[in-house]
Each structure stands twice: as C-alpha cells, then as structure tokens.
Write a protein that binds this ligand. Structure first.
Ligand code: ATR
Length: 323
C-alpha cells in the first residue's frame, strides 16, 4: 500500500480501476482537492484506521478543477470506498452523485462521499456503486465551537468572511444553533447575496437575520460593533503574503472570538494580530478533527477514535510548525 501512496494518484487510481476486483481485502479512501499540500487529513484518518485495526488506507489526490470535471463521472468506478473533497471541488462533485443528504443539499456542497456497493461478491469494481454525498463541515464547525471554544452561539451576532462552500456550512450551523444575526462579507458581493437568498427562508423560520456587508476588506459600509464572533472562511491567510481578510481596527474592543477555519499555517496573520489585540482565537484544527470524525463514522459505521485523531493532528501540526 505504501507504494501506491508514494506513486499516487490520479492516474494510477483511475487507471488501475478495471484491474482490481472488489474482493480486495483492504479499503481505500482519498481526498481530492487542489492544491493539497496543506492537508492533514491522510495522517488523521490513517492513524484512526490503524487504532481500530482496520485494513483501510487514505491517500491524497491533488487534481486541478479542469481535470476533476472530466474524471468526476468515473469516480464510481474508482477503487475507492469513500472520499473527501476540499477546495475547489466541493460544489463540482454534487452533479455526479446519486443522492445527497439533506444538510449537504441545503448547503449545495459536499465534502464526504460514501461509495456504496450493494452486492460486492463476484462483482467487478464499479458495477452497482452508488455515490452518496454528505457535508460534515457543519458538524465540524458546530463541535469546534461547542467543545473546543465553549462558545454558545444562541442569540449571538456573527460576522462571516467569505461566501464559498465553507461559509455556507458555517451559516447553516449557526442558524441551527440559534444565532440572532449573521453578517456576510465577501470579495464577490453577488456570491454573498446568493448565499443570503439561499438561506433566507431557513433563517426566517429559525428567527435569525442575514445581512450583507458590501465590503469587509475595504472596511466600508460595515456595522459590526455588536459582533460576538468573527469567522474567516476565505482562503486569505494560507499564504504568508496574504493580506488580512478584515481590518481588525473595525472590530469592537470587547472580548470576541476570532475563528479562522485555516489550520495550516496554525497561526495565520489574522490570529496573530487578533491575539495581540486581546481577542480570543481558534484555528481550523478542531473543525478538521470533528468533520473528519463524522466522515470516518459514515464510512466505517464505527465510532471515531477522536483522541487518536486529535493526537495525530497535534503531532503533524507541531511538525509542520517546526519544519
Ligand atoms: P471553500 O470551500 O473553502 O469555501 P471556496 O468555495 O473556493 O472554498 O471559497 C473561497 C472563499 O475565499 C470565497 O469567499 C472567496 O471569495 P470570492 O467569492 O470573491 O472568490 C474567498 N477568497 C479567495 N481568495 C480571496 C482573496 N484573494 N481575497 C478575498 N477573498 C478571497
């Protein structure tokens, strides 16, 4: 298996498809995304499989969106038992799935797919496979806030930076948790408008208000004095040279929680600057942990070994900081 992992990916995985019989005694999982050099998911899942004595493996498959669009229909024939999607494939996958669970359907983005084979015996791979989509980011986001930050969303006002797939999962979780108000700020304002319109009925039903900020990054037209939590779901912060996703001077000078969904680097410029100003901060590692735990349970039907997964993530985060 280590050779398969080393030689990887895209071509091997999809190229060897027809040769492998599903009587193969191990299970294979993967993450598709681009770029993928930031991902900690393989370490987390492989440690979890090992801890439970499962003969299962998880590999990363970096693949550009143009190519992903071409191969996505063949994924049901790939020798995979399940897979994750990350930027920028979470929305692209939806079209080729056989079914999507309700939460993922509302978000319009899928980060976890279960490949379900009804009759595995005497069956060449691929035949009879159904692809079922889930979004475990909502759960990951909620548990990170609840269990790690001990932050109760109920009745709070939240500023969400970004309007992509991750932002949509956060908005869904916040509304479900009883948030009072969410302000959305995104570089492409039309996308923020679409997000608000897609969630407006759900928000109204739950008594939450969704507001649009014309531009958070430029700092105009923004009334965020009552905000209790700021969530960065943009990719600003992945690169050292990235500017801050918001001018921190705009934020109220009370105790706020600044939650950056980025986990690598572990301390983005946003989190460093926010700490200096006395704000409470959390990075994306807890969200990665809980969304991964949920995906693990969907794939294996077993309870995720959360402590093992947490330890694996902390180790890889430490190594990446010192490397
Ligand atoms: P994800 O699934 O992680 O949400 P995504 O759907 O590609 O990924 O969304 C990325 C988010 O980061 C978007 O809100 C994007 O803004 P646009 O809608 O304007 O593209 C935001 N983003 C990415 N690069 C950015 C940049 N340089 N400045 C500001 N926002 C940026």
């Amino acid at each position: 298996m280590s050779r398969l992992v080393a030689e990887t990916p895209e071509k091997n995985i999809l190229g060897t498809v027809r040769k492998r019989h599903w009587a193969a005694d191990y299970k294979l999982y993967a993450i598709f995304g681009y770029p993928l050099k930031h991902t900690f998911s393989p370490v987390m899942h492989n440690k979890a499989f090992k801890a439970l004595g499962l003969d299962s493996y998880y590999i990363d498959i970096p693949i550009r969106p143009e190519r992903f669009k071409r191969i996505r229909r063949n994924l049901r024939n790939a020798p995979l038992d399940g897979f994750n999607l990350t930027v920028p494939h979470k929305e692209l996958i939806v079209k080729v799935l056989d079914s999507v669970d309700r939460e993922a359907g509302q978000i319009g983005a899928v980060n976890t797919v279960l490949v379900k084979r009804t009759n595995q015996i005497n069956q060449t791979i691929g035949r009879g496979a159904r692809l079922i989509g889930y979004n475990t980011d909502t759960y990951g986001f909620r548990e990170a806030l609840r269990r790690e930050a001990r932050f109760n969303v109920h009745g709070k006002s939240v500023l969400v930076l970004g309007a992509g797939g991750a932002a949509r999962a956060c908005v869904q979780a916040l509304i479900k948790e009883g948030v009072r108000q969410i302000i959305i700020a995104n570089r492409t304002v039309s996308k923020a408008r679409r997000l608000i319109s897609d969630f407006s009925r759900f928000a109204r039903k739950r008594g939450a208000r969704l507001l649009l900020s014309q531009s958070a990054t430029k700092g105009c037209h923004l009334n965020i004095s009552g905000v209790d939590l700021v969530v960065n779901s943009t990719s600003l912060g992945l690169k050292k040279s990235d500017p801050l996703p918001i001018k921190l001077g705009l934020l109220p000078k009370r105790k706020l929680l600044i939650f950056d969904l980025i986990y690598n680097p572990s301390r983005t410029k946003l989190l460093r600057e926010a700490s200096k100003r006395g704000y409470r901060t959390m990075n994306g590692l807890p969200m990665l942990l809980y969304q991964g735990a949920k995906a693990f349970e969907i794939w294996t039907g077993k309870q995720a070994p959360i402590h093992v997964m947490r330890k694996a993530l902390n180790n890889v985060a430490r190594a990446s900081r010192s490397g």
